[in-house]
Design a protein around this ligand. Structure first.
Ligand code: NZQ
Ligand code: ZN
Length: 386
């Protein structure tokens, strides 16, 4: 096992009716800006629950944070806060709203003039952020308890992330009932995203990290079991609760502590969203199976473990078992309705040179747990995905 530091300071309040707890968590004198997306929280009653919890508080609203939150939108929230008396942010939504809020929290007092620098430098120069909490409505990204934010700049086809110890949410409210209203596409996206997060911290090389491996396996098995259930029965509380907690755990630092990690699938996938505006999970479902094929030799031992412990493939040659596991992973995504090729999204691969150029510009030229996914290999993975 490798050395590690694990810091997960977000207070999680989980369960039915827990939005009401906001009142106990936010100081009555706070001057709050509530940030949200396109309006799903109005239709499913979450916004009124938040207002009921914060009755008597000073609460202003900023809406319109889009999926894959746009820098162009977020800087308007930054301007608004700079001109108004706001000292606390509350994100109510999915990963995009929470990520957008993290960016806004860090940008308000950022010393530089060009706020894109926060993304370009990966968050290195952040020295403070406004305090914020979140009400999660879409289990997927893990953003509710981690310190990562992903922001897109539309005009330049950039989608990049930053991380900072200052952007952990103070409190995350996780009420599985608020996920009943998710459209099947977003429910499925969430399961795929959490599944891929787990695999990117698991499918590398053995580090004799038994707790992390078995914890990752429990998340994968839970997502495999519960994912289809929530699609079939959107109001199955226990299945929703299991998916929600699995998605949080998949990217809160725990399973990645002390083990090698491979975020190449995410880095290649972000370019697909930046160029074609695909959903985040769709891009992962396209890239991951091809990346596993490409790196099957260096990931051999963990792929075999995955084949046996998750899929029960124990017969045939080692190469056959690995083939079966990669195939089963793709089939799982497809069974949820998340397609796995460029062509399924009417893409022909003509943007590959542009995406490779972006990877190069962003310094993403030595990816993976061995830093051996060069631009040439990224090109092969993109081409195999068409
Ligand atoms: O905008 P509204 O109207 O709220 O609708 C949203 C949006 O259209 C809708 N939705 C959310 N909760 C709902 C709901 N509709 C009905 N009922 C509900 N309860 O779902 C749509 C998608 O929402 P979005 O927040 O974009 O989805 P997701 O949570 O998948 O977030 C994706 C973003 O997170 C980033 C992705 O790159 C992408 O930009 N990621 C963030 C990470 C992190 N911070 O750690 C890691 C991830 O790997 C990922 O990169
Ligand atoms: Zn993701």
């Amino acid at each position: 096992m490798q050395n590690f530091t694990l810091y997960t300071p977000t207070k999680v309040i989980f369960g039915k009716g827990q939005i009401a707890q906001l009142r106990n968590e936010i100081h009555p004198d706070a001057r709050i800006l509530l940030l949200y997306g396109g309006g799903s929280i109005k239709n499913n009653g979450v916004l009124s629950q938040v207002h009921a919890a914060l009755k008597g508080y000073s609460v202003e609203e900023f809406s319109g944070i889009e999926p894959n939150p746009a820098y162009e939108t977020l800087i308007k929230a930054v301007e608004y806060i700079r001109e108004h008396d706001i000292n606390y942010l509350l994100a109510v939504g999915g990963g995009s709203v929470i990520d957008g809020t993290k960016f806004v929290a860090a940008a308000v007092n950022y010393p530089g003039e060009d706020l894109w620098e926060i993304l370009a430098t990966g968050g290195a120069n952040i020295t403070s952020a406004l305090p914020f909490s979140c009400v999660l409505t879409l289990p997927a990204t893990g953003s509710e308890t981690n310190n990562i934010s992903v922001v897109s700049r539309l005009k330049t086809h950039d989608k990049q992330h930053f991380a900072s110890p200052f952007i952990y949410p103070k409190v995350a409210i996780l009420d599985p009932e608020v996920t009943y209203s998710l459209p099947p596409r977003q429910t499925a996206n969430g399961v795929v995203d959490a599944f891929v997060h787990t695999l990117e911290q698991y499918l590398t090389y053995p580090a004799d990290a038994k707790v992390q491996d078995r914890y990752a396996e429990s998340l994968l098995l839970t997502l495999l079991e519960e994912g289809p259930k929530v699609l079939k029965a959107p109001e199955n509380y226990d299945a929703r609760a299991n998916v929600m907690w699995a998605a949080t755990q998949a990217l809160n630092g725990l399973i990645g502590a002390g083990v090698p990690q491979d975020w190449a699938t995410h880095m290649l996938a972000h370019q697909l969203t930046a160029f074609h505006n695909l959903d985040h999970a769709q891009t992962l479902a396209i890239i991951l199976p091809h990346l596993l094929q490409e790196k099957r030799d260096t990931k051999h031992a963990k792929l075999l473990q995955y084949a046996e412990r998750i899929w029960n493939f124990t017969e045939g040659t080692e190469e056959q078992r690995i083939n079966q596991a990669i195939h089963a992973t793709r089939e799982f995504f497809e069974s949820l309705g998340v397609k796995t090729h460029f062509s399924d999204y009417q893409l022909d691969g003509s943007s590959i040179p542009g995406m490779l150029q972006k990877l190069e510009q962003q310094g993403l030229v030595a990816l993976g747990e061995h830093q051996d996914i060069t631009l040439e290999i990224s090109k092969r993975i993109y081409e195999a995905s068409i």
